[in-house]
Design a binder for this molecule. Structure first.
Ligand SMILES: [Zn+2]
Length: 210
């Protein structure tokens, strides 16, 4: 991959789209109406659109290190608000992946400078599930399980958002998935949010009045 190739590919891409639909760019520029918000890792191997088989206009995408949903992160919080309130997406997907460098870094007690506050959120997920994780002797399996538990916790962080809560009452669905880099498979963790949130509903049920 080099710069010249990128711009050459762009010309081919434009021609391919116009050949198959002369109105393609008129339609594309008219606006977006995606039904999915995808929150995933920045990892170059986990490409949102390719993974979902999505075309331009079909998925609103937010990516950061280890697919985190941190309440004080204005970037993620703004993406959530825009997706739910303005785009009125029908699905929010949090997608983690095995072999995630961000998760791996958080499992090693080491000073990583400017990344420390971000990784601390993942270390907190470990702390929340320390009993289960520490009972897994195989390190690779423990690492995979933390990837899954992190997706679960970030889904819960999505659900803590009051606008998401209101939209969920009107049919919005939240999904926790993991992409398995070793096989290429996309795995639905089939999280049961009612069950997960059962014990904490009293303090997290903050949805605004319609
Ligand atoms: Zn990752």
């Amino acid at each position: 991959m080099d710069i010249e190739k990128i711009f050459a590919h762009n010309q081919v891409w434009i021609k391919e789209h116009i050949d198959s639909n002369p109105n393609f760019f008129d339609e594309l520029s008219a606006g977006q109406n995606p039904e999915f918000l995808y929150i995933g890792c920045s990892d170059s191997r986990v490409t949102a659109e390719e993974l979902l088989g999505a075309k331009p206009g079909e998925v609103f995408v937010h990516r950061n290190i280890a697919n985190m949903v941190v309440g004080l992160d204005l970037n993620t919080t703004s993406v959530l608000a825009y997706a739910v309130e303005h785009l009125q997406v029908k699905h929010i997907v949090v997608c983690g992946h095995y072999n995630c460098g961000g998760i791996k870094s958080a499992m090693i007690p080491k000073d990583l400078g400017i990344m420390n506050p971000w990784l601390r959120n993942i270390r907190d997920v470990y702390r929340l599930h320390a009993d289960e994780l520490n009972s897994i002797e195989n390190e690779a399996m423990r690492y995979n399980r933390l990837v899954e538990l992190n997706v679960q916790e970030q889904c819960i962080n999505v659900v803590k958002n009051p606008f998401v809560q209101r939209a969920m009452a009107n049919g919005l669905r939240v999904h926790g998935w993991v992409f398995d880099l070793f096989t290429g498979k996309l795995i639905d963790l089939a999280l049961d949010f009612d069950k997960i949130l059962e014990n904490i509903k009293e303090i997290y049920d903050i949805k605004p009045n319609a």
